[in-house]
Write a protein of this length. Structure first.
Ligand code: UN1
Length: 510
């Protein structure tokens, strides 16, 4: 625990002001009285306006009218906007990272890594702007051609969570803009400052390349204010990251108007550690996935399913590794574990630990609050490891905090069943040197998750692969080489150059 260095509220504010200035944010534009609290010390470090439903409706109007022009711009020209945005993200990587750290409590290297994810998806999207391929296929009729064409979809709403306040916006927006869509962004409450900075860079990119105005709109609002994004027919796609509860709330409304939903909801990710595993490697993978980002990734490792022959030794080694992790202000060098996002997150963490014990669990290490005297309004906790006799009720829930539940298994079949029995289906992993075991885990009867890894943890996916999960995770896929299709609409074209009019399926008419 690092008690030595704790930044003052003034220095945190100065960090944001400095980054805003370099990025060219007009601070008056979003001025208002809705406070921004930094989880680093729990102090108010800024404030923003709050948009209401009328503001959001006005954004939809503007995004819809911008769409009508943008869809006519050639895709590679649309790519040039995204490319310029990427250049500005590279230039301001550290500025953005420092805002992310202040606002979400992410350590510097992870905050910079988040910006790198944006840069990576931009690269992918720019390339894709020349590859929005449609297939042609043989017609059953002579002198006919069949083709598939992809067209821009319309207005896309992107609703993001605090834990990846800007990367997930970029996953969606880089592809949506290349696809010819316009975007309305509703960031999380704890993500507003970063969203203002990232939006400004996108706006600057649009100015630099002479792109039309109104391609992207930022709405700083709450669930209620965001209702038009869910309800308005013109919002063709709602891409939302958040809790299962949020997904259950919005999905029926979007479905009722036949809109598209791309949902990235909860994860409850498991890793199996087989007897043959390289334990040194597994240990590093487990510790980063379970304790990194203070357990606040949707891909965080929450359930360790260990073969009973190695469980005691592995748990001891995890506990020893945990004891070496520096917990403290994420603004400082060398810190690996920053704060939880807020008090209710801390309360949920405490409640989960109590429930785990009540359900027969034993806390091996961690769980307690630390740095309370240095930062009484912030919530730092020791990452916890809890041995469970079985996957009880609490293990089925996603608690957004660093709690790793450990259960033992005897057969691989049982381990896979444990992995799959929770309602969420985002990420999973197996640590093994046995190829047949690894293949079983990856097979149709193996992990039921959207992400299944071998000899690597559950978190830290690259943008080249599709990201998303099954079951209560919501089924959406972002990033990767195929997800562009969700931002476009497909048309099938039958073109007749025969001069005759033969009907398909041999039908005779006039
Ligand atoms: C999230 O937590 O919402 O795979 C996204 C990862 C990151 C993205 C996480 N690339 O951990």
């Amino acid at each position: 625990i690092d008690t030595a260095t704790f930044p003052s509220t003034e220095s945190i504010r100065a960090q944001v002001a400095n980054a805003f200035e370099k990025i060219g944010v007009d601070t008056a534009r979003y001025a208002g009285s809705r406070p921004v609290i930094s989880p680093v010390n729990g102090a108010e470090v800024g404030s923003t306006t709050k948009h209401d439903e009328n503001d959001v409706r006005a954004a939809i109007d503007a995004a819809q009218s911008a769409f009508l022009n943008w869809r006519e711009v050639p895709a590679p020209v649309r790519g040039a906007l995204v490319k310029r945005w990427g250049e500005l993200l590279v230039e301001h990587k550290q500025d953005l990272a420092s805002i992310i750290t202040v606002e979400t409590g992410k350590i510097s290297s992870e905050a910079a890594g988040e910006v790198q994810e944006m840069i990576d998806i931009v690269d992918l999207a720019v390339g894709q702007s020349r590859q929005l391929f449609g297939k042609t296929m043989p017609s059953e009729r002579p002198g006919h051609r069949l083709a598939e064409t992809w067209h821009p979809l319309g207005v896309v709403a992107v609703i993001t969570a605090f834990n990846f306040p800007v990367a997930v916006f970029a996953w969606n927006t880089a592809l949506a803009l290349v696809a010819g869509d316009t975007v309305i962004w509703k960031p999380a409450e704890a993500g507003r400052l970063a969203s203002i900075a990232v939006s400004r860079l996108l706006e600057r990119a649009a100015e630099d390349v002479g792109a039309p105005e109104g391609l992207h709109h930022l709405v700083l609002t709450d669930r209620h204010g965001a209702n038009p994004l869910i309800e308005d027919d013109r919002v063709r796609l709602v891409s939302a990251t958040g809790s299962v509860r949020m997904g259950r709330e919005i999905a029926p409304t979007i479905a009722a108007r036949f809109g598209r939903a791309l949902l990235e909801l909860g994860g409850n990710n498991g890793a199996i550690v087989a007897p043959s595993a390289d334990i040194d490697l597994a240990l590093r993978g487990i510790v980063f996935s379970a304790a990194g980002t203070a357990g606040q990734r949707c891909t965080t490792l929450r359930r360790l399913i260990v073969h009973k022959s190695i469980a005691g030794d592995l748990v001891d080694r995890i506990a020893r590794a945990y004891a070496t992790l520096q917990i403290g202000a994420p603004t400082e060098d060398g810190i690996l574990i920053g704060p939880l996002i807020n008090k209710s997150s801390f309360e949920a963490q405490q409640q989960a630990l109590q429930d785990a014990v009540a359900q027969g669990g034993t806390v091996v290490c961690g769980g307690e609050r630390v740095l309370e005297s240095e930062a009484p309004d912030a919530f730092y906790v020791q990452p916890a490891v809890v041995r469970m006799p079985a996957q009880t009720e609490v293990v089925y829930e996603e608690t957004f905090a660093p709690i790793l539940y450990v259960v033992e298994y005897e057969t691989l079949e049982e381990a896979i069943a444990f992995n799959n029995e929770v309602p969420q289906g985002l990420s999973s992993a197996i640590f093994t040197q046995d190829q047949a075991e690894a293949e079983r885990f990856l097979s149709a009867s193996g992990s039921d998750c959207g992400i299944a890894n071998v000899n690597i943890g559950t978190s830290g996916a690259e943008i080249g692969g599709a990201f998303g999960g099954e079951k209560e995770t919501g089924g959406g896929r972002e990033s990767g080489a195929d997800s562009w299709r969700v931002y476009m609409r497909q048309a099938t074209n039958t073109i007749n150059y025969s001069g005759e009019l033969p009907l398909a399926q041999g039908v005779k008419f006039i």
